[in-house]
Write a protein that binds this ligand. Structure first.
Ligand code: NAP
Length: 282
């Protein structure tokens, strides 16, 4: 059986380090989360983020808005947070109802407070290979997890399945920057199985349970399962874990793999933004 990439353990260590660092600060970093609507999964994620922030010693603020709120009102909240000197990091919990112009709302966030790295300023810098204020949390967490287990990316063939702005696209860019050769697949990709079978590293961010089985992966491939799917009230990834676990050299579990790393990176990004903003004030 392949080595389990223990995202939970690494995330817990990072959170303890952040807690120690936070204790030394004279002022608390503050994270603001905006949640629109009553998606139960989103509400759980926001609660977890708030709990973790508080545990570390950050201040946090959750702005909960009803789905019938106007888009202008969401923007108004963001403008106020942008101006508020006590707020260091702003996160818009996704997904939001399709009636809203997501692009316009994300773009309203000041890049220096954009804790997810989703604004065009930060994403553009990432794409150009310049340092953004924040790297998107999920791909950043995956790179950190691979590094923790000394899995080198240089010269490796990687496939990222899914091209969302929050996972697939930034993941492919970040792997490229680590000198991997990358295929970024989408729902139109032909011969996905063959492409995936060639890869040393397979990262699935599709959102379909048991999408990847052993026929997609070669012997000793590294498997990163980003998917979070609820099947019979149980969380499961995109990967059929039982089918691939003996073939993979390393594999993330779901839960306790990529998910906890995403939250840890959100907290790390919050502290980074606080540090950047403090330097600007001095
Ligand atoms: P998304 O916006 O849900 O999009 C899914 C992506 O998968 C799209 O790019 C789609 O291609 C692609 N896709 C769908 N069917 C495919 C197929 N048959 N072959 C190849 N590609 C296919 O993506 P997301 O927001 O990144 O979410 C993906 C999954 O990751 C979800 O389960 C989500 O809950 C999970 N997630 C987990 C974390 C974490 O921290 N663990 C963080 C974020 C998301 P098209 O673009 O062509 O439609």
């Amino acid at each position: 059986m392949g080595v389990i990439l223990d995202g939970k353990k690494l995330a817990d260590n990072i959170i303890e380090e952040l807690r120690t660092a936070s204790l030394k600060l004279t002022k608390k970093p503050k994270l603001a989360v905006i949640i629109v609507g009553d998606n139960p999964a989103s509400q759980i994620y926001v609660r977890n983020k708030q709990k973790t922030a508080q545990y570390i010693g950050f201040d946090s603020l959750v702005i909960s808005l009803e789905n019938n709120v106007s888009e202008d009102s969401i923007l108004e909240h963001i403008y106020i947070l942008n101006e508020d000197k006590d707020i260091n990091a702003i996160l818009l919990q996704l997904p939001i109802n399709e009636k809203f112009n997501k692009k316009r709302i994300i773009e309203a966030i000041e890049p220096i407070k954009d804790v997810d790295g989703f604004t065009s300023y930060n994403f553009g810098r990432l794409a150009l290979g310049y340092e953004p204020f924040s790297y998107p949390c999920t791909p950043k967490g995956i790179i950190r997890l691979l590094e923790e287990y000394n899995i080198s990316l240089e010269g490796k063939k990687a496939i990222v399945i899914g091209r969302s702005n929050i996972v697939g696209k930034p993941m492919a860019l970040m792997l490229q920057q680590k000198n991997a050769t990358v295929i970024c697949a989408n729902s139109y990709t032909k011969n996905l199985k063959e492409l995936s079978y060639m890869a040393d590293i397979v990262i699935s961010a599709v959102g379909k349970p048991k999408f990847i089985d052993s026929s997609f992966i070669k012997e000793n491939a590294v498997i990163i399962d980003v998917g979070i799917n609820r099947v019979n009230d149980k969380l499961t990834g995109d990967v059929d874990f039982e089918s691939v676990k003996d073939k993979a050299s390393f594999i993330t579990p779901v839960p306790k793999g990529v998910g906890p790393m995403t939250i840890a990176m959100l907290m790390e990004n919050t502290l980074n933004l606080y540090n950047i903003q403090s330097r600007l004030i001095l």
